[in-house]
Design a protein around this ligand. Structure first.
Ligand SMILES: [Zn+2]
Ligand SMILES: [Zn+2]
Length: 124
C-alpha cells in the first residue's frame, strides 16, 4: 500500500514559542523555526507538529487558525508490524494512520504545502 499523504499545514513558530521550546530541559532535537503537521491529510481537529523531545516527554505544538499551544502528549504505543524497532512517532490516540504509514515530510515548500503555510503576524 502506498504511503498516505500528510496534512500540508505548516506553521512558522513565533519567537516566544521558539524560546519556550529551547528552554525544555534535556532537549534532544535541534529546534526548527517551522513545524509541519504530522497527521494525515484531511484530519479533523488541530494540527500537530513535534516541537521538542525532552527527557521522557514529547512536547507537541498544536495549532488552529485561532491559536497555538505547546502540550506534552504520551507516545503512540504502536510499532511497525514488520519491524518492532520502528515505533510510530506520533502521540497516543492520534487520528488516522501511524507515522510509518504516511509519506515523508517535505524537504521543500511546494505549492501544495505553500498554500497552507501559516506565519502568524509578528507580535509588537
Ligand atoms: Zn494538520
Ligand atoms: Zn501511531
Amino acid at each position: 500500500m502506498p504511503d498516505q499523504m500528510r496534512c500540508p499545514h505548516g506553521l512558522r513558530f513565533p519567537l516566544t514559542l521558539l524560546d519556550q521550546l529551547r528552554r525544555i530541559p534535556y532537549g534532544a532535537n535541534e529546534i526548527n523555526a517551522v513545524g509541519w503537521c504530522s497527521l494525515v491529510e484531511g484530519h479533523s481537529g488541530p494540527h500537530h507538529a513535534l516541537g521538542q523531545s525532552g527527557g521522557e516527554d514529547d512536547h507537541w505544538v498544536r495549532w488552529t487558525d485561532a491559536g497555538i499551544e505547546v502540550t506534552v502528549l504520551p507516545f503512540c504505543p504502536t510499532v511497525m508490524p514488520e519491524d518492532e524497532d520502528q515505533p510510530c512517532t506520533l502521540f497516543d490516540g492520534h487520528e488516522g494512520p501511524h507515522d510509518y504509514e504516511l509519506e515523508d515530510y517535505p524537504t521543500t515548500v511546494d505549492q501544495r504545502f505553500a498554500a497552507y503555510y501559516w506565519a502568524p503576524p509578528a507580535a509588537n
